[in-house]
Design a protein around this ligand. Structure first.
Ligand code: MN
Length: 233
């Protein structure tokens, strides 16, 4: 039996609707600029005819369950919400076709890709990695996983409110690269594994939060997600 110097960190996991077993998390992938109106508000419009999707990752340790209260993070004064539909991978996938992509799907969730926007934009404009802007502790918020094995979601309202005021309201049918295209493309680079989550990108309307804000969001037909922003540490 392997022994360790100290107790290893716990496996990250999420509740699964209708099950007592939790879904163990492997990796967290995020699609950048996957709704036109958001790409435009970021000043970086996307031309799908000449571009491919791009991705960034966050450590699984950044995962936070819906309903949590998290401290306003350090070293930012522009902490942003991004409402996203999340795909949970349930079967290995490497170089899968778009036609076969649904075989990799275990289910879906509603998520938040919380972002230090000030640091992300500095990194972007200086050609530096996005980690300090994106790989923020407690920034990958996720609802329960809703089992929908083999199903493709290609439409449905996606919306977010801060303190009950609507900030983001769009539809998953506006994804630039849809679920099939994302899984097929990402599987060219990675051997996707059960427990990988793919945050599929945010629609327009992103904005800053302050301590005391209550964020609520939903993906129609999937789930709701919530986050409370606490004071800075
Ligand atoms: Mn995002």
């Amino acid at each position: 039996m392997t022994t360790y110097l100290w107790t290893p960190p716990a496996v990250q996991s999420l509740p699964v609707r209708g099950k007592t077993e939790r879904l163990p998390i492997n990796r967290l992938f995020f699609v950048g600029r996957n709704y036109h109106a958001h790409a435009v508000e970021m000043g970086k419009p996307v031309d799908k005819t000449v571009e491919r999707p791009f991705y960034f990752t966050k450590a699984p340790q950044t995962l936070v369950e819906s309903g949590a209260t998290v401290a306003y993070p350090p070293e930012t004064s522009n902490y942003h919400f991004e409402m996203e539909m999340v795909v949970a991978i349930g079967a290995p996938a490497f170089r899968v076709s778009q036609a076969d992509a649904q075989r990799a799907i275990y289910g879906y969730a509603a998520g938040l890709d919380m972002t230090r926007r000030d640091l992300q934009l500095v990194a972007r404009d200086k050609g530096r990695p996005w980690d300090l802007g994106k790989d923020v502790e407690q920034s990958s918020v996720c609802s329960e996983i809703v089992p929908m094995e083999g199903q493709i979601i290609d439409k449905g309202a996606i919306a977010l409110e801060v303190n009950s005021v609507t900030k983001q309201s769009s539809n998953v049918d506006k994804l630039i690269w849809n679920v099939r295209e994302i899984i097929a493309d990402l599987s060219l680079f990675y051997h996707l594994q059960p427990g990988d989550l793919i945050y599929t990108g945010t629609p327009e309307g992103v904005g800053a939060v302050v301590a005391g804000d209550k964020i609520t969001g939903r993906v129609e037909g999937v789930a709701e997600v919530a986050l409370n922003v606490g004071p800075a540490q």
